[in-house]
Design a protein around this ligand. Sequence first.
Ligand code: FE2
Length: 138
Amino acid sequence: MDPRLKQLERKQKLYSLLKAQHETELKELMHYMSILTSVENNLVRTYLHTLLTDGLRHIEYISRIMADIEGATGSSSLTTKGIQESIADEAQSRDALLKCAEMADDPETAEILKSISVDEEHHVKILEHLSELVESAK
Ligand SMILES: [Fe+2]
């Protein structure tokens, strides 16, 4: 077989294995996040946080390798259009969480929801700056 074709096949195989691993890592993250809410024990919570941060890092590495295989064109996320969509999502989250905070009867719950809303506002600002950087790099 043509060695170049053989190499391409190997790459495709590697890509599909990485894609499957990417999905597995995501599934694990979702699972750990869902149990985190029901766990009070500090050691168990620390373990879950470790599993979550490791999983996040693994997803980052795997995504990077996959993007390399896809080629330079695979970096579709850092486009002005993509960032604008993210800004809209974050702004929507900010407004929704503020509304939830207003509806919460318990003041502590309201404060937590408000603080998440403030974070979302901060995310909007970060993305706006990111958008400026992408624009000026054009
Ligand atoms: Fe956010």
